[in-house]
Design a protein. Sequence first.
Length: 328
Amino acid sequence: MFEGGGVKGIAFVGALQAFEDAGFHWQNVAGTSAGAVASALIAAGYSAAEMREIMETRVDFHKMMDAGTLGRLPFVGQWLNLLFHEGFYHGDYFLGVMRELLREKFGKERVTFADLVMPKEPTDSEEAYLSRFKYRLHVVASNITRNELMILPQDVGRLGLDPADFEVALAVRMSISIPYFFMPVKIAEKPSKRSRQWVVDGGLLSNFPIQYFDSPPGETPPWPTFGLLLWEPTAGQPHYERIRSLISMTRAMVRTMNTAHDRKALEEADLKRIIKIPTGKYSATDFDLALADRDWLYDSGYQAAGEFLDRWSWDNYLAERQAVTAEK
């Protein structure tokens, strides 16, 4: 499970390299926001080395802030975007990049979740297979029209859409829709296309649902579940936000969304399967990071994952998970 955290998700690439160096291969992956990006690339078959090359040479982080024609008007452009399009930036550049990267792996223009179907394991119940293991990728988003968390693709079935036919890149675009920063994604509910659902960043409701792939109490997990958490130096401590305008309010919302949700639960949960990656001074929307800053985040992820794996063992993991489920 990969946490959300905007541009700080670069650290995931370093952590993934450490896991690959240790001989691990990912079975099912899930993520929120930046974690959804990393998860989608893993599900598509990208290695950590390929993801680093993409990060360093193929993605123009400045273009993530694609304000469009209206948004480029001096002084008032971004505010007009917010007024008429509910976000400072379109998110079209990101969507285009995701589509291109998926197209290169699958050789087709529109990659859907049908391209990520996994075979049913003999140990999977029908319910577990359909809800958690059928698709290699699971993307967390927030449906603010229905006031509910969405796990994509399964939950689009409630909107009259076919989960298997849902576009992977669009699901990830939904999950990165930081409120006010990126425009929300609006999808038409079937059979009546008049009703549109507004979908934004999954971190609004749950930035780190680590329990998603857990086996039911009493069952032995067939493989370990790991969580990758972006950890600020002051995480877990009270933080005061000075809010004086819509911009500072937005910044405070993003910070709260990417740090507060699920943290209380983590204080009481089993933390021994979670890799906490220090993210230093960087914020989720620092899209102007220099190459040296990106390298720092990458190295932080690699070091944190490497130190975690040095002390991790499958036998200890099983014992710890059985102890946790026995208490429930």
